[in-house]
Design a binder for this molecule. Sequence first.
Ligand code: PMP
Length: 412
Amino acid sequence: MPLPVLGRDVRVPVAGGGEVPYAALDYAASAPALQRVWDDVAAYAPYYGSVHRGAGYLSQLSTELFENSRATVAAFLGCRPDDQVVFTRSTTDSLNLLAAALPAGTRVFVFETEHHAALLPWARRAETGETPVTWLDAPRSHAQAVETLERALAAREPYGPALVCVTGASNVTGEVWPVRELAAAAHAHGARIVLDAAQLAPHRAVDIAELDVDWVAFSGHKLYAPFGAGVLAGRADWLRAAEPYLAGGGATRSVRRDASGAPAVEWFDTVARHEAGSPNVIGAHAVASACRALSEAGFERLAAREDVLLRRLREGLAAVPGVRVLSLFGEDAPRVGVVSFVVHGWESSAFAAALSGEYGIGVRDGLFCAHPLVRALLAEGSAVRVSFGVGTPDEHIERFVRAVGELVRRGV
Ligand code: PMP
């Protein structure tokens, strides 16, 4: 059974007149919020006040709720006792924060297959000469990914601090990456590793200690919470030593004017260091609520159901002539509910528009903010991406498969 999400009763107009129930099959971009998350937010909304900034009862309540949300996220991710959970705006924000916190001279290792959020923060630091980056070609198997990384790490000169950035599951192919093996390779070569779990966390349990990664980043809006909150969780030492990500109130222990009259600032070295400004308590509460709901539902059960739907979807696509599904690691790779494909003779944008306009099915087309990966898989053009999750009823997958078949038979 799907978990109840918002938008189940939304109906949308289709060509020829009339309305159909909307089939949201673009979870990889933003998933609908769980009904339970929305209810939790609504229940708290009348009580919210400023966090860490007020003596009033509601401020105390909000501060407690914010800190409890942090503890819930830490438990959800299996954090180690000395890990920090920083609330950010999104995965993009989390990875930019980490990029800004790298110790001087850290070399970053990253596969070209990453989402731009996990490519460009390092690229920008590389441009300014602050952070050398080793760009790794798309591997075609898990073993090749590990070998490629090991070879590159071993060859680095000088053998200084290093960070590996890798995705847990691709936002283009849905394929799961061998995170534990890559983390072992990184650590064997004295490097650290950050996991971009934006696509993995909504589908599989992500345990920071068990995977033995140093940091994890994810976004609330892909994890069945509304927009506006993300997480960077992991090792405290680099974060504690770094310049504060944002300069402002809440991140400082004291500010005095020095002899020259300029402000002399003493920054916190706790998690508050990187959370300047009034925090998004509703967002943190929503993320924590989603973490609780998913943990209670149980990822094993959720993943088992997702596997059944994914098999149906992939078999359905395979049966349609002229449909090619994009894949790095091949048929047998473990994957989550994200599939990108091209249809012979169709522009992807026209195909996605027909799914929407004629069948009320919402998918995405394009290069999915992962241009180098799509270019490694597809010499030209763009693809259509269909993605789903815990709120998806079987009927949406059936309607999608039927629609693809009908559109291809009918032609452009
Ligand atoms: N990484 C991956 C793998 C993603 O799929 C996305 C979002 N498409 C991001 C990072 C960035 O997430 P956000 O837009 O929430 O910052």
